[in-house]
Design a protein around this ligand. Structure first.
Ligand SMILES: [Zn+2]
Length: 542
């Protein structure tokens, strides 16, 4: 940029003496950023900002720290996570039945009036070495009221006998479409429900509006402490959308939120989109559906059978023809279509279906998205760029469960081409990153842990294991781009945010370490020291 004019309107905030990494190829690096109101006014050298300093300008010296665009988490279930935490108990980190029983019993005692006792974040893969517990384990502590505990990735649940009775899941009950009631050798339900079989479970209780908004405010502040300023959210309780919009209008929501209504609910989504047409805080651009399940439960839909379950290729959670018709209508109404696809068959069918949608409705800048893409057949990788379909992936999903089940489910040859981030980038695809919070084995949706995995492919829940197919790793700069600008692109806002560019929204974060420089361990050591949202400092580490 050139020198700002001498008569320029003063900035409200200037961040100087920084290593600015803009994620804007026109000016990749700089030293200082000036902000006016909620907008980036100038990017350049420290001395170039001097004419913008007025009596009311706040100037912060960043002492050489790294200044980045605020992080964008492209895939979360953030609001449900807040509600589950508020209205239920968590089994995060719990590995044994006695430990789980203590937590369930305590929650039951503290909530004598609750009709259902609802838990979440049970790690089915690590709990007692991956052996499923039973309803009897829960009956032993709560015999009289229904208990239901959803697993970490939301694809199975562990329930007691009272819950099975309440759901009508008795010995002779058929499996619901797209779901399985796991049964023992005698045909009795064991207390494990897969996929759509736990759809009938009640949602977590919804707090009164005042409390709900407080939860959102506190939740957003927690995201700001992680450097997050934008996220996509999947799923809201009844009335939740209006509360979020009102909170944003009052200036109380310190993240930009893109909500994904269900692909089945087109009319509702249109009303939501109209409600926020003018908003830069809440958006509705994409509609989501699930095509398949997950590797852990053998429910991801595969082209070939699982290596450890001969004859089993998983299954679609919805009839693909029904899904096609829903996608066709949503696309015609100008919505992006967002499809959960984990298995290689699901990825292929989703691309086929979106190609038919393009054929029927004509091609436009639709930016349809596939979520997860944990395994894609190599033949399908070039189709993303060709069709303009975005690959939305979760780095930490790739590596945290490699040794638990990915290798055994897929076998050596297929797992070598799983989670193909670099291959997709090399094929010209748009790739954005998210956490899938809270369906993730981490204590928080921390972008830095995701970036570390993206750059190292380090395995294990604590990222201390050997790298897994490191040829698919990204550079730090590429990974940062996937967590900022590509997230904005995936919701059609790349002209408003995602890079530090004059005229764009001032959403920024500062890291204590220069994570662009090796070794990659700096990424794990780095701390967020400052977060700016909408031009305001919303977090500053003391
Ligand atoms: Zn998800």
């Amino acid at each position: 940029m050139g020198m700002p004019q001498r008569i320029a309107v003063p900035a409200t905030l200037i961040l100087k003496n920084a290593r600015v990494w803009t994620v804007d190829p026109r000016l990749p690096q700089a030293q200082a950023v000036a902000i006016r109101g909620n907008t980036v006014a100038a990017v350049g050298r420290d001395e170039e900002m001097e004419p913008l300093i007025g009596p009311g300008t706040r100037v912060l010296d960043l002492r050489g720290q790294l200044l980045l665009p605020g992080f964008h988490d492209a895939h979360t279930h953030w609001v449900w996570a807040l509600l589950r935490e508020w209205g239920g108990f968590s089994l995060y980190g719990v590995r044994t039945v006695p430990e789980a029983q203590r937590i369930v019993a305590a929650f039951a005692r503290e909530h004598p009036d609750a009709d259902w006792l609802l838990g979440s974040r049970w790690d089915a893969n690590r709990f007692q070495g991956g052996h499923w517990p039973t309803r009897a384990d829960l009956d032993a502590v709560v015999p009289d009221r229904p208990v239901a505990i959803r697993d970490l990735d939301g694809h199975s649940a562990w329930v007691n006998s009272a819950a099975l009775r309440r759901l009508g899941y008795h010995r002779d009950a058929p499996d619901p479409p797209g779901g399985r009631i796991v049964r023992d050798a005698d045909g009795e339900p064991t207390g494990i429900l897969l996929e759509n079989a736990h759809e009938a479970l009640p949602s977590p209780p919804v707090p009164p509006p005042e409390r709900f908004r407080a939860l959102l405010r506190e939740g957003a502040a927690a995201l700001n402490r992680l450097g997050l300023t934008s996220l996509c959210n999947n799923g809201l309780p009844p009335g939740g959308f209006e509360e979020i919009v009102r909170l944003a209008e009052e200036g109380g929501l310190t993240v930009r939120l893109s909500e994904w209504p269900s692909l089945e609910a087109l009319e509702e989504a249109q009303a939501m989109r109209r409600r926020v047409r003018e908003s830069e805080h809440v958006r509705v651009v994409g509609l989501k559906a699930m095509l398949d399940g997950v590797f852990s439960a053998h429910t991801a839909w595969m082209l070939e059978p699982y290596a450890d379950a001969p004859g089993n290729t998983g299954f679609p959670l919805i009839d693909p023809e029904t899904l096609f018709l829903q996608a066709l209508r949503a696309d015609a109404a100008g919505f992006q279509v967002i499809l959960h696809t984990i298995g290689d068959r699901a990825v292929r069918e989703a691309l086929n279906l979106l190609a038919r949608v393009q054929e029927r409705n004509g091609r436009r800048d639709s930016r349809h998205r596939l979520e997860h893409i944990e395994r894609a057949h190599p033949d399908d990788l070039p189709r993303f760029a060709r069709m303009g379909v975005i690959a939305s992936m979760m780095p930490q999903h790739a590596t945290s469960h490699v040794e638990d089940y990915v290798r055994s489910r897929l076998g050596e040859a297929r797992s070598a081409t799983a989670y193909p981030w670099r291959a997709l980038l090399e094929q010209g695809a748009h790739l954005c990153f998210g956490s899938d919070w809270p369906a993730i084995d981490l204590v928080a949706p921390n972008p830095l842990e995701q970036l570390y995995v993206a750059v190292t492919r380090a395995t294990g829940p604590d990222h201390r294991g050997a790298p897994w197919h490191a040829e698919q790793a990204l550079s730090a700069a590429e990974a940062i781009r996937c967590y900022t600008l590509e997230g904005a692109y995936a919701e059609f806002t790349e002209d408003r945010k995602g890079s530090i560019t004059p005229g764009k929204l001032a959403d920024l974060c500062v890291l204590s370490q220069d994570i662009l420089e090796p070794p990659p361990e700096r990424i794990l050591e780095a701390e967020v020291t400052l977060t700016v949202f909408d031009g305001e400092v919303v977090y500053r580490k003391e």
